[in-house]
Write a new protein. Sequence first.
Length: 171
Amino acid sequence: MSELEAQLEKANRLSAITQQIGFSLWQLQELEGVCATYYVLVEEAKFGMGEEAGNKLEENARKKTFGATIHKLVKAGLLTEEVEERFKKLLSERNWLVHSSRASSRNAIHSDSHMLALLERLRQISEEALSLLKHVGALTEAYVKKYGVSEEFIEKKSKEILEQWHSTDAI
């Protein structure tokens, strides 16, 4: 293999790795935000407080670390033991990803087997974040329904948010 071919192979590996890292981080960020919102909704929001006050609470909650948010959810009794353990494991994986994945995965751009192992670990992080995101979403939906928010209203708001996200103006 020529030096140019070797460099291209490394570049291709790096591209695949960074794409998966980016996707994993996006999934984690979404989960972190949803967890903060769920905590605020269930533990901090008060009926009649208004949108501005609610938005401020949510903004403050989203500034906290993921670990702090998980701790608050656990302390408030909002997670089962099984889900708590899943969150703790994911938090550990998130911290590895953010703080030490590069140092512990240097061989991934030099070796297909190391790259594939790294990509699999990142894929598992993404999948678990999505699974927990769906779980917290279901908890949130059940909570608001308990207080009279209709399925139709939830669907309408979800559609509005999706349309905003998919709008070319949002880019």
